[in-house]
Design a protein around this ligand. Structure first.
Ligand code: SF4
Length: 189
């Protein structure tokens, strides 16, 4: 284990779910960067709905990790589902906490942006039309951090949070302690 990072401890096996909303999956990649520590984590945690298991529906869970903010109606639906199924909900990374990079579009009109991309002269398909299949989730006018829609229990900052930050955070959570990262584990690179 890296210096100063405690071994994992939990009183019982907990259920964990993860999801990426309006995010880039970088936070999930950082979670995977725990590498061989994931094997130890799995002794204490069962992973429910997650891109890591490809389970599509969420059951009753102890911990929900949310990557990404809210950019469309489906994100809001999934977030509410996670909130109602998870005892502890964690906003993971800058996008979930404050909208992050996707929120840069908040300075512009979403309808105009879609027209520029799909119908404009410089778009990916000049002269095309804005996709309007009913199965596509409706985009929101603005990208929102998740705390604007549901109660969030904890915030794990970073872009992405480092693997050591995930490890320390989860270790505290599994042991029933309030997570304490300290300055060394909070950075944005
Ligand atoms: Fe990607 Fe950073 Fe957002 Fe995580 S916080 S989803 S790494 S952009």
């Amino acid at each position: 284990l890296p210096n100063g990072v405690p071994p994992l401890h939990a009183p019982r096996k907990l259920k964990l779910a993860t999801v990426s909303l309006a995010g880039c999956f970088g936070c999930h990649m950082s979670f995977l960067d725990m590498d061989e520590r994931l094997l130890q984590l799995l002794e204490y945690v069962e992973i429910d709905r997650s891109p890591l298991t490809d389970i599509k529906t969420i059951g009753r869970c102890d911990i929900g990790l949310i990557e990404g903010g809210l950019c469309n109606a489906e994100n809001v639906h999934v977030l509410r589902e996670f909130r109602s199924h998870c005892k502890t909900l964690v906003a993971v990374g800058a996008c979930a906490i404050n909208g992050g990079l996707p929120a840069q579009r908040n300075q512009r009109d979403v309808g105009q942006m879609l027209r520029d991309v799909y119908c404009g002269q410089t778009g990916i398909d000049a002269g095309g039309q804005i996709p309007n299949d009913p199965e596509l989730p409706l985009p929101l006018n603005h990208v929102h951090p998740i705390h604007e829609v549901v109660h969030v229990d904890y915030y794990l900052p970073g872009c992405p949070p480092s693997a050591d930050a995930f490890w320390t955070f989860l270790n505290d959570l599994l042991a029933g302690r309030t997570p304490q990262l300290g300055h060394g584990l909070i950075h944005y690179d």
